[in-house]
Design a protein. Structure first.
Length: 125
């Protein structure tokens, strides 16, 4: 367990378990999504149908690609958070070096910036 500036504590073992579970779930969702996308594209090649069918299949494939991209990004963020747990930098803001609030880490365990630095970065976009 590690304590942070505001007196609250974050149980790193519990966080690691949660991150591993989320990572494994995300990887499984990615596998299922890839299978569905592959089946969808195979169906599109085998059953061309009419223009409306082709348009529907293209739209479905595009939606699958969007979901796959989101799941891939989530898996990468979770993997990086697990790495930060191992190297001791978990919960430390990459910009200012201060502890990230435990409440933020509970909601977004992949967070790499404290709220203030995240807001500053978003304003700068």
């Amino acid at each position: 367990m590690t304590s942070v500036d505001d007196g609250l504590a974050l149980d790193l073992d519990q966080v690691a378990t949660l991150l591993r579970q989320r990572y494994e779930q995300t990887v499984e969702q990615l596998r299922v999504q890839a299978d569905e996308t592959r089946n969808l594209r195979q169906t599109a090649r085998q059953e061309p149908g009419d223009v409306a069918d082709a348009g529907s299949l293209i739209s479905d494939a595009a939606q699958h690609d969007i979901v796959t991209a989101a799941l891939t990004e989530q898996a990468e963020r979770l993997s990086a958070a697990l790495q930060r747990l191992q190297d001791g930098s978990f919960g430390v803001c990459r910009k200012c070096g201060r502890q990230i609030a435990p409440a933020r880490m509970e909601i977004m365990p992949w967070a790499t910036h404290c709220i203030a630095c995240q807001q500053a970065a978003e304003r700068g976009r």
